[in-house]
Design a protein. Structure first.
Length: 312
């Protein structure tokens, strides 16, 4: 799904290097299996078949049903700011590998024509019959939630192999289990939204916790001195403007991944309230004015080393 995987674990009396590598290989195989079902970029995936047969019922497996069920939950609790039907807008907003040499901002008419086909509430799930139907012309895109689901699945595989302390990361989504052999927790850096890649303004502890970051820096372009990025507000069809980055700390990667974009779009006031409404969830927000907001649950787990860089 266009990202990199990272696995970390330490050898021990019960798991030598060969055992760890075998566990990692099994986990990677599970990641590949789930990608083959959930990636909208693959025409042969279950999501691909649903998109190709919009307007019709399509039989799918339990994994896609679970992710879509959680997607509908995220849409409901976030005022619709998380919406997996946003994919129809990808034809006109092009970022990452799809970015054009001379990026352009779509016209209001182009955006409105597609925004009429963005509404997560029109996804139909037939759980008893293991079927999904989306309206004709709609498209699903699970890039904002599937990686979290996959990270959790990869962690389950490692646990089945007897590992109790490890780190699994897929791009901005990661899960840290247990503690390192010296008793210290896993620690992850929070990217400075305007800093160089790998430049962190804060760190956060992870012990049996997940972490997901949404930022306006990962896939973006500039036109006439304005930044346009890939986190689209489905209510407007344009890139969200309330935040520069959002990091969510949660019990599982699926939850963290499901709400980071929503918090980013909602902004500090509503985003912090959303996080506080969920058990065991905390957030760190760098808003559009470069101010840092930290939810109460994270104040003793977050270490801020400096202010984020302020730039366009």
């Amino acid at each position: 799904m266009g990202t990199l995987l990272l696995f970390v674990a330490y050898t021990s009396a019960t798991h030598d290097e060969a055992a760890l590598r075998a566990a990692f290989a099994a986990s990677v195989a599970e990641v590949a299996r789930l990608e083959s079902l959930l990636s909208e970029w693959r025409s042969d995936s279950e999501v691909g078949r649903v998109n190709q047969n919009s307007g019709q019922w399509v039989r799918v497996g339990p994994e896609l049903l679970t992710v879509l069920d959680r997607s509908l939950w995220a849409g409901r609790i976030s005022e619709g700011t998380f919406d997996v039907t946003f994919q129809v807008l990808s034809d006109i907003w092009k970022f990452g590998t799809a970015q054009e040499p001379n990026p352009r901002v779509p016209s209001r008419e182009e955006i409105e024509a597609r925004r009429a086909r963005v509404d997560y509430r029109r996804i139909e799930l037939d759980r008893a019959g293991s079927r999904v139907r989306i309206p004709s012309g709609f498209r699903l895109g699970l890039g904002g939630i599937a990686k979290g689901y996959i990270v959790d699945a990869a962690a389950r595989v490692l646990r089945r192999h007897g590992l109790t302390a490890f780190l699994v990361q897929a791009g901005g989504d990661l899960y840290g289990a247990g503690r390192k052999p010296d008793g210290s927790p896993w620690v992850s850096g929070i990217q400075d939204p305007r800093g160089k890649p790998g430049s962190f303004f804060a760190t956060i502890e992870l012990e049996d916790r997940a972490f997901s970051t949404a930022g306006d820096y990962a896939r973006a372009f500039h036109v006439n001195g304005k930044r346009y990025h890939h986190i689209i507000d489905p209510r407007t069809g344009y890139p969200a403007t309330a935040s520069r980055s959002v990091t969510v700390w949660a019990p599982d990667a699926l939850t963290a991944d499901a709400i980071d974009d929503a918090v980013f779009i909602l902004g500090p006031e509503k985003g912090l309230a959303l996080a506080e409404s969920l058990d065991g969830v905390g957030v760190v927000i760098v808003d559009a004015e470069n101010r840092v907001h930290v939810s109460p649950r994270l104040r003793d787990k977050l270490e801020i080393s400096r202010s984020p860089t302020d730039a366009l």
